[in-house]
Design a protein around this ligand. Structure first.
Ligand code: GL2
Length: 835
């Protein structure tokens, strides 16, 4: 009976209720408003309308979501599991509408209900479940996996509080809580039946069983429940909807009530708090993880939940765990989930009864590791006592992995104990630590960097010993970004123009953009291109005025640096140039300079004093320049508060110039650099991260290059770097630095920026002074070029047309081919075959 009803229901789902006619969509919005939100039209708000529309769109996703899952199971497919502590998804509505291909009908349906689609899209607050590039990359990859029809699932944490909101008060960053779930989340579905349990603390006991086999029992102190929340990830017109499964930690009822019933009220409440805290908040530190126990709890929590879930799924499709690695390719997005290596060993050996060697064979063929950073302070390590008290069984397993691994090192490199000490997963120098990157390297089949230079530096420096041991494990996969969100959704004006010339295939195949190249020489096209750029800039200017009260001139050059605030990214180098221009203009008001609007956006980690001071410097300089009538006709400086994905969608399309000015050898790849160039911005940049590949792709003549190379940076430091000498010998630089130090930009307070100025004069670890003059000279070339709008537009078109390789579709193809061994893509009905 139930079957019968369910069949009828399916056909209704496919045909009537969720069809894509304007009438059905209108009905869907009204029904969801009434039946799901419990609101009558007359009293409904903008937020209600957004929610009703979101549910209406989700209704159109459900059938393909379930079918995708069933098809994967039926076809016995090898599946990619992308484990990431961060998924910075951005708002879903516009992207889902595009990927489903229902933009026109939805717009019409909304219009007929007197609703403005763009306005509704603007109501969605984004889930800020990531810090920056790393989390956003994970989101782009999910989009591409679904678009290419690759069986895949993202696993992470459903943080209750995401990345903080940034307000600017008196020029300083202030952090405000992000309660993104305030109005509910229309995209997710809670799946309580798929809950798992995760243990923490306690002790282990070992014994030999009746066959003489060594057995271990771990008895944790605390057991928490992981509850999955699933969100569909719709592929661009691929018929596929994959799943993002995020885990929420909750108190395990039986543990909780046991304590409660036995009168241990404090213990009961403590257990509940312990459990619920785990998925409470995202750590807002980009690239620097200090020894916070809660962070390790988070990492183990979501990794264990995910591996248990994979094993359950694997077994329910009738497979033996012996071939787990043939069906499951697990990607570690940085070291955050690398505890998974020890956890899978534990599950296989302790729970499922495998011998060590077989378990290791499965484990080391399951995982692959992506490294995302060259900064030494970002390489995670956990103090041994803390690790031991939280994960005692895992530490034993890591000791065993390490001892076997070090024997291998000794065999390969006899009589080299220094190497053995360097490579040990346990850092024995002084206080003892577990080195998570090493655990990831030992337990993974492949190790990849995220841009060519980055991978080379991993091989020659950060992971050199591992490269010498296992050169075949190392591989480069340069990052990419999804053209769906970053062009089609973010820049409808430019998209429409491109589509009018080359059709819309570029959205699913970004290499098609090369067909635009021939239009670069076409002056009629260039003037259309300029018109589009102008319209997009007007949109951003209106937004800036509304948000900050600053009026900017859309015909000035929009020069943007939006990214996390970090010394290595050198937002303050940009400020040194702005002040150089300021002094030039003050000295000679008749000086011809192209009007420029400098746009900054980005958050500083709450405990990172220098980054916060850089924000204060930018806002202070902005205050002086924007209110000085002698210069504010030519120069404007804007700090855009609370930079996030939504905001990025406004900024990337509107920029003329993209600032990618990190010290060479520090930025692993960057992905903002790609988003800007795709949208036609020209780059001023160093030879760092993916800038190098972008420059090669767009043509050296279409890229403003300056600065030391990574090798020169190292040589310069080795030779003894004296920033003070540069300051002494460069008059313009001296004037700028003295100006900052004097309090000229801080209402006379000469002490405010002292830490920043002293840091530069005395050590300047990121070599701002060494790159200062070439940066200024390069900026002068930028100004000159911008005066010739025809030349600029030509360069801009070449930039956009040559960015095909920076689509995340290309990156995902690389991962499939070189790392995951998934070769066939058949979109829709026939899915990729198993290996
Ligand atoms: C980062 C790198 O800094 C950045 O260069 C890279 O583009 C992204 C994605 O690979 O990863 N590493 C990191 O820890 N964060 C990044 O953005 N937060």
């Amino acid at each position: 009976m139930l079957k019968q009803i369910s069949k009828e229901h399916d056909s209704i789902v496919d045909d009537e209720r969720t069809s894509n006619t304007v009438a059905a969509l209108k009905q869907g919005i009204l029904d969801n408003l009434f039946y799901v939100l419990g609101k009558r039209v007359e009293v409904s708000t903008d937020m209600d309308h957004f929610m009703a529309l979101a549910y209406t769109v989700r209704d159109r996703i459900l059938a393909r979501w379930l079918t995708t899952r069933e098809d994967y199971a039926k076809n016995n497919v090898r599946t990619v599991y992308y484990l990431s502590a961060e998924f910075l998804m951005g708002p879903y509505l516009a992207s889902n509408i595009l990927n489903l291909g229902i933009d026109d009908v939805i717009r019409q349906a909304a219009g007929e209900l007197d609703l403005d689609l763009n306005h509704l899209i603007g109501q969605e607050s984004e889930p800020g479940l990531g810090n920056g590039g790393l989390g956003r990359l994970a989101a782009c990859y999910l989009d591409s996996l679904a678009t290419l029809g690759v069986p895949a699932m993202g696993y992470g944490i459903r943080y209750e509080f995401g990345m903080f909101h940034q307000a600017i008060r008196d020029g300083w960053q202030v952090e405000l809580t992000d309660y993104w779930l305030r109005y509910g989340n229309p995209w997710e579905i809670r799946r309580p039946q798929a809950c798992v349990e995760v243990g923490f603390g306690g002790h282990t006991q070992s014994w030999a069983d009746s066959f003489g086999e060594y057995k271990v029992l771990w008895t944790p102190d605390e057991v928490v429940k992981g509850v999955p929340f699933d969100t569909p990830i719709v592929g661009y017109r691929s018929g596929v909807a994959n799943t993002l499964r995020l885990w929420r930690s909750e108190a395990n009822e039986s543990f909780y009530f046991d304590r409660f019933n036995s009168g241990d009220y404090e213990g009961a409440v403590g257990a509940k708090i312990f459990a619920e805290n785990i998925s409470k908040v995202l750590y807002p530190n980009d690239e620097e993880i200090r020894g916070k126990e809660l962070r390790l709890q988070q990492q183990y929590f979501f990794t264990s939940c995910s591996l248990q879930d994979m094993i359950r799924r694997h077994e329910t499709t009738g497979h033996s765990l012996e071939n787990f690695h043939e069906q499951c390719a697990v990607q570690l997005n940085d070291t955050h989930p690398s505890i998974g290596v020890a956890e899978l060993m534990r599950l296989l050996v302790d729970i499922h009864g495998f011998g060590w060697d077989k378990a290791w064979d499965i484990t080391s063929h399951t995982f692959n590791y992506t490294n995302h950073t060259l900064l030494p302070e970002a390489l995670e390590r956990w103090s041994l006592p803390m690790f031991q008290s939280l994960l005692p069984r895992h530490l034993e397993i890591i000791y065993e992995i390490n001892s076997r691994f070090l024997s291998l090192v000794r065999t390969k490199f006899p009589n080299d104990e220094a190497r053995v000490a360097r490579m040990s997963i346990i850092d024995e120098h002084g206080e003892r630590y577990v080195r998570m990157a090493y655990l990831a390297c030992v337990g993974s089949g492949h190790i990849n960097g995220v841009a060519k230079l980055h991978t080379e530096l991993l091989k020659s420096d950060v992971l050199r010993d591992f490269y010498e041991l296992w050169p075949e494990k190392f591989i480069n996969v340069t990052n990419g970004v999804t053209p769906r969100r970053w062009l089609a959704v973010a820049n409808p004006e430019q998209s429409e123009l491109m589509t009018s010339k080359i059709g819309h295939d570029w959205i699913g195949d970004l290499d098609q953009l090369s067909k635009l190249e021939r239009y670069a020489e076409d002056s009629a096209f260039r003037s259309e291109w300029q018109g589009v750029q102008r319209a997009v800039k007007v949109r951003l200017a209106q937004y800036i005025a509304a948000k900050t009260g600053i009026s900017v001139d859309p015909s000035s050059m929009f020069d943007a640096q939006v990214k996390r605030i970090h010394e290595y990214k050198r937002q303050h180098l940009n400020v040194l140039y702005i002040l150089t221009q300021y002094y030039r203009q003050k000295k000679d008001p008749t000086l011809e300079i192209s009007p420029r609007t400098f746009l900054f956006g980005g958050k500083a980690a709450p405990g990172y004093f220098m980054a916060k001071l850089i924000i204060k410097l930018i806002t202070s300089v902005a205050e002086v320049i924007n209110s000085d009538p002698e210069v504010n006709q030519h120069l404007k400086v804007v700090f855009l508060p609370d930079y996030n994905v939504t905001f990025g969608q406004l900024v990337y399309p509107a920029a003329d110039l993209s600032e990618q000015i990190s010290t060479a050898g520090k930025e692993a790849s960057g992905t903002g650099n790609m988003k800007f160039a795709m949208n036609g911005a020209l780059t001023i940049g160093t030879l760092d991260g993916a800038n190098i590949e972008i420059r090669d792709a767009v043509g050296h003549e279409n890229f403003f290059l300056f600065g030391l190379t990574a090798a020169e940076v190292v040589a310069r430091k080795a030779a003894g770097y004296h920033p003070h000498q540069i300051y002494e010998s460069n008059g313009a630089l001296r004037e700028v630095i003295d100006g900052i130090a004097s309090g000229r930009f801080s209402r006379g307070d000469g002490s405010l920026f002292r830490p920043l100025v002293d840091g530069l004069l005395n050590s300047d670890p990121y070599l701002l002074f060494a790159d200062y003059q070439t940066y200024v000279d390069c900026q002068d070339r930028v100004c000159k070029t911008y005066r010739d709008q025809e030349a600029w537009s030509k360069m801009s078109i070449y930039n956009a047309a040559r960015m095909g390789q920076f689509s995340s579709d290309r990156s995902i193809r690389d991962y499939c081919k070189d790392i995951w061994n998934i070769t066939r893509f058949e979109i829709g009905a026939g899915l990729p075959a198993s290996k």
